[in-house]
Design a protein around this ligand. Structure first.
Ligand SMILES: Cc1cc2nc3c(=O)[nH]c(=O)nc-3n(C[C@H](O)[C@H](O)[C@H](O)COP(=O)(O)OP(=O)(O)OC[C@H]3O[C@@H](n4cnc5c(N)ncnc54)[C@H](O)[C@@H]3O)c2cc1C
Length: 380
């Protein structure tokens, strides 16, 4: 077992870190306040190849491994969690679905532009009445000749405000329950699609999250991903991979807040001493970095299992559960270490604390992660 990054991974980590520090960090606060993502920044990240890291070069990707992809999400999320989820949803949920289940024709038409940074993707699973129980979807897809006609609505879709290519999960046979769902590739400009305004939120406020309605949206049958009825397993498979990305985002949020706090406690003086002279401060920091390192190792384990072709679903659920709890615990403690300044918007830790909460909710809540983990338990 090797716990070290190889030369290539270290180089990529350095590149991601430098870009995050110089290009993303200076914008993070203003984007959060404006509740809007900078399209200029998005285009810069596309030009750097951040939207195609784990995909083959022949499709326009970087040809890197999943671990390198998690390094990108972590470094970016250290300074701005909204940027982290924008890349993660595009990569793990949208592009990965087409890569893993698309025909060669679908890959050429939709995956190549996604991966080479020409288009952005998003993933429509959740609906107003179907969240944790995705088998309860109501959006319908009715076959008519060479087309499917989609009707219904989707909720909370990340990137929906500016994405070009949508993966939509809809019901093709209600009687079959979860085996009656199918996945479709839908283009943004398809008539009948209307995307609502950004949903006001507690955190990751710069990211795009919208409700979308489908009214007689006609999708060519050739845009179905996989076979009819395969939609649920396509979505669950995508979420297994997505959870590694969200866990990496959580590690980034935690490490970013920790770094801010570590700097602050060296400079802030009370009772005639810097507050890092107090044992309580030191113990808090020691506990935090230990938990962050443990979460990161779990992310690397899940990513490595994915790259090795092993079944990584449980490892992905475990790292998301652990890393998201760590992000919430650490950011809350960092706000405390900065006192009133931590609570003020002058320092980024309050934003990081707000951003951390969503990691326990999206791509499966912590309760759903425990259901996945419990379901895999066998006596050892
Ligand atoms: C900012 C944001 C971005 C998102 N991005 C996307 C996206 O890009 N694409 C997409 O498809 N979805 C997206 N989602 C949706 C997200 O995945 C869902 O919100 C999440 O899966 C939970 O579903 P829900 O909100 O309907 O909560 P519910 O399923 O209603 O759950 C409410 C509570 O009940 C608990 N609960 C439910 N069932 C059980 C059970 N059996 N046992 C124990 N507890 C249970 C849950 O854990 C939770 O605490 C996003 C959501 C947000 C807020």
């Amino acid at each position: 077992m090797d716990f070290k990054l190889n030369k290539q991974q270290k180089l990529m980590q350095e590149l991601f870190r430098r870009f995050a520090e110089t290009e993303i960090k200076p914008l993070a606060r203003d984007m959060d306040e404006a509740e809007e993502y900078s399209m200029e920044l998005l285009h810069k990240m596309q030009a750097q190849g951040f939207f195609g890291i784990p995909f083959k070069k022949e499709y326009g990707g970087a040809g890197a491994d999943t671990l390198s992809y998690t390094l990108c999400i972590e470094e970016v999320s250290k300074v701005d969690a909204s940027s982290g989820v924008t890349i993660s949803v595009h990569t793990s949920l949208a592009a990965a679905c087409i890569h893993d289940y698309g025909t060669e024709e679908q890959r050429q038409e939709y995956l190549c532009p996604l991966v080479s940074g020409k288009t952005v993707g998003c993933f429509f699973l959740t609906e107003p009445n179907a969240g944790s129980d995705a088998s309860g979807l109501q959006t319908s897809a009715v076959r008519e000749g060479d087309e499917y006609i989609l009707n219904g609505s989707k909720m909370f879709t990340t990137n929906a405000g500016f994405a070009d290519t949508f993966i939509v999960i809809a019901v093709t046979d209600k009687a079959q329950g979860s085996e009656g769902l199918s996945a479709f590739i839908v283009q943004r400009d398809t008539p009948g699609l209307s995307i609502g305004a950004n949903i006001p939120r507690m955190g990751i406020r710069a990211a795009s999250n919208c409700e979308t309605s489908f009214e007689n949206v006609r999708v060519p049958a050739k845009n179905r991903l996989g076979s009819e009825g395969a939609g649920f397993s396509i979505a669950m498979h995508a979420l297994d991979g997505g959870r590694i990305g969200i866990a990496a985002q959580s590690v980034g949020i935690a490490q970013g807040a920790f770094n801010e706090a570590l700097q602050y406690v060296k400079e802030r003086k009370q009772f005639g001493r810097p507050i890092n002279a107090f044992q309580n401060t030191r113990f808090q920091l020691a506990d935090m970095q230990t938990k962050i390192d443990a979460a990161r190792l779990m992310v690397w384990r899940a990513a490595t299992m994915k790259d090795n072709g092993e079944n990584y679903a449980t490892a992905a659920a475990m790292c998301k559960l652990m890393a998201s709890e760590t992000a919430n615990d650490v950011t809350r403690k960092c706000v405390q270490l900065l006192g009133g300044y931590g609570y003020s918007r002058e320092y980024p830790v309050e934003r990081m604390m707000r951003d951390a909460k969503i990691t326990e909710i999206y791509e499966g809540t912590s309760e759903v992660m425990k259901m996945v983990i419990y379901g895999s338990l066998k006596s050892k």
